[in-house]
Design a protein around this ligand. Sequence first.
Ligand SMILES: N[C@@H](CCC(=O)N[C@@H](CS)C(=O)NCC(=O)O)C(=O)O
Length: 209
Amino acid sequence: MKFYDCATAPSPRRVRIFAAEKGIELPTVQVDLRSGEHFGEAFRAINPTCTVPAIELDDGTCIYESVAVCRYLEAAYPEPPLMGSDPAEQGVVAMWDHRIETEGFMAAAEMFRNMARGMKDHALTGPEPVAQIPELVERGRMRVGRFFDTLDAQLDGREFVTGSSYTAADITALVTVDFINRLKVETPEGCENVRRWHEAVSARPSASA
Ligand SMILES: N[C@@H](CCC(=O)N[C@@H](CS)C(=O)NCC(=O)O)C(=O)O
């Protein structure tokens, strides 16, 4: 297997943490997003959407989208389960993972991609030029605020996002909160549950992956 990574990007970090929690060492290829290596022929053959992460299995099967890569790893390396242990837990973890990605991660991406100088004419992923829309920075900021409120309410009375077990939903939430904090948006003062949870999940060895 080959894991296509970019050490500084948040999405592949979801896979790195997921693999670290399972004790899997992934043979890793770094893709240089700065020089546009991901738009070249070679990487497009792996992932036509030109994003990391992606994996290539020994039989040539390519899987991209962080959630799909994690789903493969969960099936291939079931222990410890990170996507729920029974049908109900699996549904709840998938629900929260999806909400955190769409309401939190995508809101942070909306801010970042519409404000960063390096993202000029690249406000959406993919090879086609897409102009930045400055108003979307503020809309992304508003969505980030709503995300913090949602996450804080969900963590009230729960050790982890979906209960007493650490799951993929915690990984997506950790990567998302760190991504938001990198945009110089701090976790709001009132979000004490997020603060307590963030300190705990950041202390796990996998967080440095
Ligand atoms: N939904 C995708 C998002 C992947 C994504 O946006 N990756 C970013 C790095 S965090 C990327 O490859 N960006 C390339 C670019 O901006 O051209 C996933 O979860 O895998």
